[in-house]
Design a protein around this ligand. Structure first.
Ligand SMILES: *Cc1c(COP(=O)(O)O)cnc(C)c1O
Length: 339
C-alpha cells in the first residue's frame, strides 16, 4: 500500500491543528494525581457543566473510560447488559471481565441498531443466588455512526429505573449525534448516570476521553483509574487540546456529516455498491466480496485509505478530510468502475 493521502479509515487519525498545538504549548499544568493541574480541572468542570452532571474525569482512552464506568456501577461478580456489538462488550478485549470481574450479558441488536426493550428487561436477573446481580445497562449512541432515537434511550432508562439499575452511555461520538439532531448535549445525556465522551475522534484532540456523571460514581472511578495506571501527571497539555476541541470543533462536525453524505451519494451512483445513507460521519458500503477487496486494494494503491474487509467497507469523515479529499476519492472510484 502506498502512503495514505486521503484518510477515511477512522476519525481517530486526525492530527492537532496549529491552534490546538498552541493551546497545548501554553497550557498551565500541575500534578493531576494531586488534583493540581488547572487545565485538567478546567476541562473536567467544562464537561460536567456541558452535560449537566455533577462531576467529570479526564482519562487516557475511551476504553478506560467505559471500563471505569462499569467498575463504578458494578462490583466483582455483578453483571452489565450491553448490545452484542457494543464497543464496551465486543471491542475492549474483555476488560470488564478481566479487570473488573464483571460479567457481560450481551443482547442482539435489531436491524436499526437498537436492542428490543423487552429483551433487555427480560435479561435482568431476579434476586436469586444462582444469578450474577445485574447492576447497569450500557447504551451506545452514535452506534456505528447511526443516531439511535432519543425516545429509545428514554425507554431503556425507564426500565433501568424500574429495576434500580444504573444507566451508562458510551457516547464516544455523542457530539456527532447532537449536531445531527440539533439537540443540546445535556438533553441528550440527561437519562444517564455516567457518560463517556471521546475527545480523540471527530473532535480532533490527539489523546483522551472524559467520563462524566454522578459525583459518587466518578469518585469511585478516580480510585480505579489510579489502580489501572491511568493517573497522569502534567496532563494539562492534553486536557488543553481536549478543551480546545470542545470549544472549537463541535459545530463543525456538521461539515463532516455533509461530506459523508456527499461521499454516499457519489458512491451510490455505482450499482455494484450498496450504500447506507449516513446519519453522521460514518458511511458503510457493501459490495460483493471479491469486488470489495479489489476496490479497497485499488484505493489503497492510489493513496485513499478506507477500513473494512469481506465486502463491508467503512468510510469515515473527520477534521482532516476536505472537500478535495472527497472529490478525489469519488473520482478514483469512478475510474475504478470505468476500467
Ligand atoms: C473509539 C471508541 C471507544 C474507545 O475509545 P479508545 O480511545 O479508542 O479506547 C469506545 N466506544 C466507542 C463507540 C468508540 O467508537
Amino acid at each position: 500500500m502506498n502512503a495514505i493521502r486521503h484518510d477515511f479509515r477512522s476519525d481517530t487519525v486526525t492530527r492537532p491543528t496549529s491552534a490546538m498545538r498552541a493551546a497545548m504549548a501554553e497550557a498551565e499544568v500541575g500534578d493531576d494525581v494531586f488534583g493540581d493541574d488547572p487545565s485538567v480541572n478546567r476541562l473536567e468542570q467544562r464537561m460536567a457543566g456541558l452535560l449537566g452532571k455533577a462531576a467529570a474525569m479526564f482519562v487516557p482512552s475511551g476504553t478506560m473510560s467505559n471500563l471505569l464506568a462499569l467498575m463504578s456501577h458494578c462490583g466483582r461478580g455483578d453483571e452489565f447488559i450491553a448490545g452484542q456489538n457494543a464497543h464496551c462488550y465486543k471491542y475492549e478485549a474483555g476488560g470488564a471481565a478481566v479487570l473488573g470481574s464483571i460479567q457481560p450479558q450481551p443482547i442482539a441488536h435489531r436491524p436499526d441498531g437498537t436492542m428490543d426493550p423487552r429483551e433487555v428487561e427480560g435479561a435482568i436477573k431476579a434476586g436469586d443466588i444462582h444469578f450474577a446481580t445485574t447492576r447497569v445497562i450500557a447504551l451506545e449512541n452514535t452506534f456505528g455512526g447511526r443516531v439511535l432515537p432519543v425516545e429509545y434511550m428514554h425507554e431503556i432508562a425507564g426500565i433501568a429505573r424500574r429495576h434500580g439499575l444504573g444507566l451508562h452511555l458510551d457516547g464516544a461520538r455523542a457530539f456527532n449525534a447532537c449536531v445531527a439532531l440539533g439537540m443540546e448535549i445535556s438533553d441528550f445525556t440527561s437519562p444517564f448516570d455516567t457518560v463517556s465522551i471521546c475527545l480523540s475522534k471527530g473532535l480532533g484532540a490527539p489523546i483522551g476521553s472524559v467520563l462524566v456523571g454522578r459525583a459518587d460514581l466518578i469518585e469511585i472511578a478516580r480510585r480505579n483509574r489510579k489502580m489501572l495506571g491511568g493517573g497522569m501527571r502534567q496532563a494539562g497539555i492534553l486536557a488543553a487540546a481536549g478543551l480546545y476541541a470542545v470549544e472549537n470543533h463541535v459545530a463543525r462536525l456538521a461539515e463532516d456529516h455533509q461530506r459523508a453524505r456527499r461521499l454516499a451519494e457519489g458512491l451510490a451512483q455505482h450499482k455494484a455498491l450498496k450504500v447506507v445513507m449516513p446519519d453522521t460521519n460514518i458511511l458503510w458500503i457493501e459490495a460483493e466480496a471479491e469486488l470489495g477487496d479489489r476496490l479497497g486494494h485499488y484505493l489503497g494503491e492510489h493513496g485513499v485509505g478506507i477500513s473494512g474487509r469481506y465486502g463491508q467497507q467503512r468510510w469515515v469523515t473527520h477534521l482532516d478530510v476536505t472537500d478535495e479529499d472527497v472529490d478525489g476519492a469519488l473520482a478514483l472510484v469512478d475510474r475504478f468502475f470505468a476500467n
